[in-house]
Write a protein that binds this ligand. Sequence first.
Ligand code: URA
Length: 214
Amino acid sequence: MNLKDKLINYLKEEFISSVEINDSSSDEKFLRLEELKRKTLECKKCNLYKTATNLVFSDGDYNAELVFVGEAPGEDEDLQGKPFVGRAGKLLTATIEEFGLKRQQVYICNILKHRPPENRNPEPEEVAVCSPFLLEQLTIIKPKLIVTLGNFSTRFLLDTKDGISKLRGTCKKSPYDYMVLPTYHPAAVLRNMNLLTEFREDIKKAISYLSGKV
Ligand code: URA
């Protein structure tokens, strides 16, 4: 076994034992993402790393065609080091699974990789310094479709000031050259259950898009 394969095996055992890796482009992606995660961990361009417990880089399959992008980790995510594992995450996971995909078959991440104190909104400077990590993540993953969850990731990836209620449910090409389907943030749905029908419609549409049915 050469050095690269040994390193990949070691990293797989240490970090993502449940994910199958079986071709060289996949190995390459894995190594690039691990390197990016290391850079993110070392980043001190804003103050969030000082108050956060863990870096929240991503969860799921980096070979996925479908990527979900949220805003920033909350308390549960900060404690577990994984995005969307609290109440909002459970709604997101249940909705993805309702329409036939497993959570492990999609890739989930946020604009900010560290939790803002008291779950406050991301500051523009935090988005400015952390979003290049998201863009690099997306460059490596090359998703077929990105579902943006809520205003922050939607406005960032579509480079717009329009709000989510206007933008949700329609696929648009992002200036970064990705197809983006915005929907409500699942935390907003939990606060206002009237949004649930449209949220479910949007996730269903995203999953259908993958098989060319939209
Ligand atoms: N809200 C987000 O935007 N991201 C998470 O990971 C959790 C809650």
